[in-house]
Design a protein around this ligand. Structure first.
Ligand code: ARG
Length: 400
């Protein structure tokens, strides 16, 4: 009988497959693998077989897609959370949910240890370790790839020796993380920031050259800040994101090439594909211009930066995030309506917006027939508004 029980977040790739065996030996443990489907093709069909062949004592597979969208993606969308102004945080949002399931399964299985496949120089290790600690501080977290010091070649060697199934892919070796909200691609030839990402780095989006000449116009309907329909057709969140991602990707929308600041102090070149996220953030923001006051929009835009940072930095399970969410949630009461966007050769442009709760009043804005704005009242308004300026001018700036 093994001494310990470990629940390992398992993708089925080389690192986590090697980790199953490595943990079993190093920690004298039986290893339960946990694989979570976060959508976007994140789960491989042979994952159970691979886990068992790698030596797992039990395989748990969970469909986390609904929880992912409801509890992580949509709150971040409503907050307008986009890290460093470009990255809609797909990977960063997936990690706390995986941590949540790790803790849940560890508790169900009576395991005292959870494990993940992250290395020691990325953000993901921080997100896992901090989230697990937030949810159950008594659990120990191990990260084999942070400890074992094996090169990729040594891992392959280890796998071969232990009969762990391998599949060595041809082509550039990217490190890819995928979920419904986006694809994150790094390493390989992308490590040179002067080099244009090769087409093979992208799988969800077409190049501008390969995208259709004619634009695609679509209408997205939101209710209380979340998308509910496309072109009038009501859709469940998962299918809506998939469908929109398809349309945007075909038009080359959602490619992101960024040099970002990791939490561990490294600048790193990252390529992302987030077709649905790109469009939804843009459309929602357009709806907020119609339905929120200037002050709400202003404060939200400040909070969005903090929100994005805390998601990126692994602080999902904190009171600070709950408090930001409370403000954001309250602002969303009136963020309902429809936004029309044009997808065309890599760009997503808002070309129309409407809301039953719109604060835009044509009778106030118009320069034509039907103007109800009180022009004469502007005189008194400007007189009072300009009073401190006149006072300062006379007394301090000495301008007569
Ligand atoms: N840099 C991104 C982030 O920190 C993506 C990380 C992707 N992980 C991966 N294994 N490729 O959120």
């Amino acid at each position: 009988m093994a001494k310990n029980k470990v629940v390992l977040a398992y993708s089925g790739g080389l690192d986590t497959s090697v980790a199953v065996r490595w943990i079993a030996e190093k920690y004298d443990a039986e290893v339960v693998t946990l694989t979570i489907d976060l959508g976007g093709g994140s789960i491989r069909s042979d994952v159970e077989e691979r886990a068992l062949r790698a030596g797992a004592s039990k395989v748990v597979i969970v469909d986390g897609r609904e929880a992912f969208v409801r509890d992580f993606v949509f709150p971040a969308l409503k907050a307008g959370a986009i890290y460093e102004g470009v990255y809609p945080l797909a990977t960063a949002l997936g990690r706390p949910l995986i941590a949540q399931y790790l803790v849940q399964v560890a508790e169900e299985e009576g395991a005292g240890i959870v494990a993940h496949g992250c290395t020691g120089k990325g953000n993901d290790q921080v997100r896992f370790d901090v989230s697990v600690a937030a949810l159950n501080p008594s659990l120990k977290v191990i990260a084999p790839a942070r400890e074992w010091g094996m090169t990729r070649e040594q891992e392959i060697e280890y796998a071969a020796q232990h009969g762990i199934p391998l599949e060595i892919k041809e082509g550039p070796s990217y490190s890819v993380d995928v979920n419904l909200w986006g694809r994150s691609v790094e390493a390989g030839n992308l490590e040179d920031p002067t080099v244009q990402p090769p087409e093979e780095a992208y799988t969800w989006t077409r190049s501008i050259e390969a995208s259709p000449d004619a634009p695609t116009d679509i209408e997205i309907t939101f209710e209380a800040g979340v998308p509910v329909a496309i072109d009038g057709e009501v859709m469940e969140p998962i299918s809506l994101i998939e469908h929109l991602g398809q349309l945007a990707g075909e038009n080359g929308v959602g490619r992101i090439d960024h040099v970002e600041n990791r939490l561990v102090g490294i600048k790193s070149r990252e390529v992302y594909e987030a077709p649905a996220g790109t469009v939804l953030h843009k459309a929602r923001q357009a709806l907020e211009t119609l339905t929120l006051s200037k002050e709400q929009v202003r404060l939200k835009s400040h909070l969005a930066i903090d929100y994005a940072d805390l998601v990126y930095n692994g602080l999902w399970f904190t009171a600070h995030r709950q408090d930001l969410e409370a403000y954001v949630e309250s602002t969303q009461r009136y963020v309902s309506g429809t936004v029309k966007v044009r997808l065309h050769k890599g760009s997503c442009t808002v070309i129309g917006r409407e809301s039953p709760l719109s604060l835009y009043r044509h009778d106030l804005a118009t320069y034509e027939e039907g103007d109800t704005f009180d022009h004469a009242a502007s005189v008194g308004f400007i007189s009072i508004y300009g009073l401190p300026v006149r006072t300062q001018s006379r007394i301090q700036l000495h301008r007569k």
